[in-house]
Design a protein around this ligand. Structure first.
Ligand code: CP
Length: 301
């Protein structure tokens, strides 16, 4: 048994499909598309905490008229009664569930569901592997700001190694022709991350005047086994703050997938900066997720 078309990472989409999703998201924002998912059943299955992605998918599903079930892992037979995730997925299939949106700490977990589920699976974040709808909403936000993505220089700062957002957003930026600069210390950004189209930069301040977009990332302490870098050292080297904001190129924007930690990767001056685009990202995320749901369920037309 195989899932119908699913979204595990941005590599599942062609470049024309990504642009078509952007157009669809813009159309959905401009005018209520109505109940395009009437009769569609969506299950949201979040094994890890989430504020933005969970709420955003719920709103997107409800605005499109879907039937929505939020299934809490601690209450599932999977948790205590020995049921496998594959058998859980087959059970949801047999009930006529059409879409499963899943977040889990294990990379590849959405594929386990896909192996036993006949509907569409959307990866809402699997460990440090991928978070495709966050990548799409980041790209969408950049395109709305600059009217293009190709040729822009975009920097991602900080904890790259533990970030599924970085993986998906970098893949999307490269697909759409941006130049990518990854910025961080060796422990959070190994030199092996260098590849075609991706530069590694250790000096945050030297990079700031050279980029159009700065994407800050949270230090994911929950994914570390040991303290590999002190907070003080990270802040000294890589925090965006009142002292560093003036070094940005004029017109540059600052983004963050959230949740952000004030006092770590940014200070209060960043959230008051005119180029701070976090709220636009989360706003755009609802329309991008509506577009993804409609595209998977109803097709490209
Ligand atoms: N950006 C993001 O994935 O946030 P949540 O963990 O709150 O969903």
């Amino acid at each position: 048994m195989r899932a119908r078309r699913s979204l595990v990472d941005l590599s599942d989409l062609t470049v024309p499909e990504i642009y078509a999703l952007f157009d669809r998201a813009e159309a959905f924002e401009a005018a209520d598309p109505g109940r395009l998912l009437s009769g569609t059943s969506c299950v949201n299955l979040f094994f890890e905490q989430s504020t933005r992605t969970f709420t955003s998918f719920n709103l997107a599903e409800l605005r499109l008229g879907a039937n929505v079930v939020n299934l809490w892992p601690k209450d599932m037979s999977l948790a205590t009664k020995g049921e496998t995730i594959e058998d859980t997925a087959a059970t949801l299939s047999a009930m006529g569930v059409n879409v499963v949106v899943v977040r889990h700490s294990k990379p590849g977990f959405p594929n386990l569901i896909m192996s036993a589920f006949e509907g569409h699976v959307i990866n809402a974040g699997d460990g440090a592997h991928a978070h495709p709808t966050q990548g799409l909403l980041d790209l969408f936000t950049i395109r709305r700001e600059f009217g293009r993505i190709e040729g822009l220089r975009v920097a991602l700062i900080g904890d790259i190694v533990h970030s599924r957002v970085a993986n998906s957003t970098v893949n999307g930026l490269l697909q759409l022709g941006a130049e990518v600069v990854l910025v961080g210390p060796e422990v959070l950004l190994p030199a092996s991350y260098s590849r075609d189209g991706v530069e590694i930069e250790r000096d945050f301040e030297r990079m700031l005047p050279e980029v159009d977009v700065v994407i800050l990332l949270r230090i994911q302490r929950e994914r570390f086994n040991a303290e590999t870098m002190s907070d003080a050292d990270f802040i000294a080297g890589y925090q965006l703050n009142a002292a560093r904001l003036p070094k940005l190129k004029p017109g540059a924007i600052v983004m963050h997938p959230g949740p952000y930690n004030r006092g770590m990767e940014l200070d209060d001056a960043v959230t008051e900066f005119t180029g701070w685009r976090y709220a636009r990202q989360v706003h755009n995320g609802v329309y991008v997720r509506m577009a993804v749901l409609d595209f998977l369920v109803n097709g490209a037309a």
